[in-house]
Design a protein around this ligand. Structure first.
Ligand code: I22
Ligand code: ZN
Length: 197
């Protein structure tokens, strides 16, 4: 394979990360505050998304329940993407659109947080989960790209929108993962202190 193509991927990803830092640092900081406050009050975080974003949900839950960089007690985060029995039953008996919203209705409580990840902001099952979360008086942290899609329009002033300024799904996902690591670090700093206390 032509290595120029590989170099172009690295360059585009690095350029986007540099460009996105200024735009995203404020909403990422708001997401940390919202999540830390919810966790401190005994609430939990539910996460949903499709494909690569499903992997991001699991990655995030692993870092909260296990650990990120510091030794600490487990924090309650659940990826709604992992139980194949629930997902196949709901998809088979109702619709794929409801695979996350049924779980939000089952597990979500007022003041819990839904981490909704969609590069287009238009995945019907993520939108249904967001609607179910709002009905339950949960707050939403939305990770999107492109124009934020229909998800952007659902959010209220109490929610946080982290919108990656790019059109390419892979590039957006790469910034979503960096954002997730920033959030995990922010929660650790809120718990234990750090350079920016
Ligand atoms: O990882 C990738 C593409 O990089 C894919 O698996 C991608 O996540 C899937 O096509 C998703 O269904 C896209 O959904 P969304 O980000 O638009 O909500
Ligand atoms: Zn991907």
């Amino acid at each position: 394979m032509n290595t120029q193509r590989i170099l172009a991927h690295f360059q585009e990803s690095a350029d986007l990360k540099t460009r996105a830092a200024a735009a995203l640092s404020q909403p990422i900081s708001q997401a940390v505050e919202l999540m830390f406050s919810a966790l401190s009050n005994g609430n939990k975080i539910l996460a949903c998304g499709n494909g690569g974003s499903a992997a991001d949900c699991q990655h995030f839950a692993a870092e909260l329940v296990g650990r990120f960089e510091r030794e600490r007690f487990p924090l309650p985060a659940i990826a709604l993407t992992t139980d194949t029995s629930i997902m196949t039953a709901v998809a088979n008996d109702y619709s794929f659109k409801e695979v996350f919203s049924k779980q939000v209705q089952a597990f979500g409580q007022a003041s819990d947080i839904l981490l909704a990840i969609s590069t287009s902001g238009n995945s019907p099952n993520v939108l249904a989960a967001a609607e179910a979360a709002l009905e339950r008086e949960m707050r939403i942290v939305a990770l999107t790209g492109k124009d934020g899609g229909a998800l952007a329009k659902l959010l209220t002033d109490a929610d946080v929108h982290i919108n990656v300024p790019h059109a390419r799904t892979a590039r957006i996902q790469e910034v979503h993962l960096l954002t997730i690591h920033c959030i995990c670090d922010g929660i650790d700093v809120a718990l234990f202190g750090g350079d920016d206390e």
